[in-house]
Design a protein around this ligand. Structure first.
Ligand code: GSH
Length: 116
């Protein structure tokens, strides 16, 4: 999952170039210390932005999308714009709804002590 970076590159923003690291969640790579240092919740996706003086870690797909959209000034309307409220409403809807169908499946399939 490249969470917005490909769309930014598509716009010609070369500063959005990234290195993708394969995290194999079926062999537990998400629990390794290197990954947990970026996302303490051991979930993909996660982002480490080394472009500034201090490395910025971001986890949760919604937080990553908002971070990148604001960093590069695309895809999210400016503060004060009514469109921003609409945009964030759909972003939060996505975050609040979709993971229960996708990522949430992993919890019940692999970790839940009781099958439901
Ligand atoms: N709310 C998180 C959900 C992330 C998530 O559930 N990721 C799944 C893969 S789609 C995962 O990392 N599963 C590994 C595990 O549960 O051990 C987000 O939106 O980033």
């Amino acid at each position: 999952m490249t969470v917005l970076l490909e769309e930014l590159l598509e716009l010609g923003i070369s500063e959005a170039e990234y290195d993708a690291w394969l995290i194999n969640i079926s062999d537990g790579t998400q629990f390794s210390s290197g990954f947990v240092g970026i996302n303490p919740n051991s979930k993909i996706p996660a982002l480490a932005d080394h472009s500034g003086e201090t490395t910025v870690r971001v986890f949760e797909s919604g937080a990553i999308m908002l971070y990148l959209a604001e960093k590069f000034g695309h895809f999210v309307p400016a503060v004060g714009s009514p469109l921003r409220a609409e945009c964030l409403s759909w972003l939060f809807w996505n975050i609040g709804s979709v993971p229960f169908l996708g990522g949430g499946f992993g919890h019940f399939y692999a970790y839940a002590p009781r099958k439901v």
